[in-house]
Write a protein that binds this ligand. Sequence first.
Ligand SMILES: Nc1ncnc2c1ncn2[C@@H]1O[C@H](COP(=O)(O)OP(=O)(O)OP(=O)(O)O)[C@@H](O)[C@H]1O
Length: 267
Amino acid sequence: MGVGAEVVDLTKSFGDQTVWSNVSLTVPAGDITVLLGPSGTGKSVFLKTLIGLLRPDRGRVYIDGQELTAMNERDLYAIRQRCGVLFQDGALFGSMTVYDNIAFPLREHTRKTEKEIRRIVGERLELVGMSGDEDKLPSEISGGMRKRAGLARALVMDPELILCDEPDSGLDPVRTAFLGKLIAELNAETGATFLIVTHDINTARTLPDHIGMLYKGELIAFAPRAEILESEEPVVKQFLNASLDGPIGMAEEKDAEDPLAHAGAAP
Ligand SMILES: Nc1ncnc2c1ncn2[C@@H]1O[C@H](COP(=O)(O)OP(=O)(O)OP(=O)(O)O)[C@@H](O)[C@H]1O
């Protein structure tokens, strides 16, 4: 079953650059949530902060009601065991076969026998449609297959919370749709909670139960999908329509300094 996550008044900076501040939201247990936002608004940083890979400057993070921001490394490690992460590029080890990549968390973090590991890896490979590819190296499979292998590895420890950072980047529209369907099926089958960062509007329009959006250092929207899809908020509307007209410009920094950057939205 899935576990929920919650952040309260979360702020993260690097030096004097504040990535986002005072972000509060709840990722509901067992649901699929999508996080949107222009490039560089800190979506990846948010995922990393949520599972304690980065420490926030201020605020609190809870997973399954337990406060990560108050935990020592040992407890953090234990809670991370309950999370699966799919990074942007699949992050497979290039020198290991697909099989060894997927087996890696089990060998590293459990005392399971190789026989048990073979069964679990086989099941996950089947789930992502990659049975028969286990002996290949990451360099010998396509980008889409690397994503699916990364997803299989993220699933191997039966995670209750799965974070996916642009699982569809670099995929063609049909493969993106297949990956979305796979995530929906996994969610239905395992009940795991998904938080997905994507730039794919079609995925955002069809897959999630909830949508959040980061813009200029703030969480400007977080609501059930239907509500966001009908939102009149100019940034949300422009983003979901992939429109040139609206507050979002090429450079976030330029937008912030230049009031005329909003001129595109004017009648
Ligand atoms: N470890 C780090 N040290 C310093 N700055 C960082 C670090 N990680 C990220 N940043 C900065 O934080 C900001 C947000 O980066 P992040 O990768 O989270 O954006 P994003 O919304 O995921 O972008 P994209 O959609 O392009 O992947 C960027 O300005 C980035 O340079």
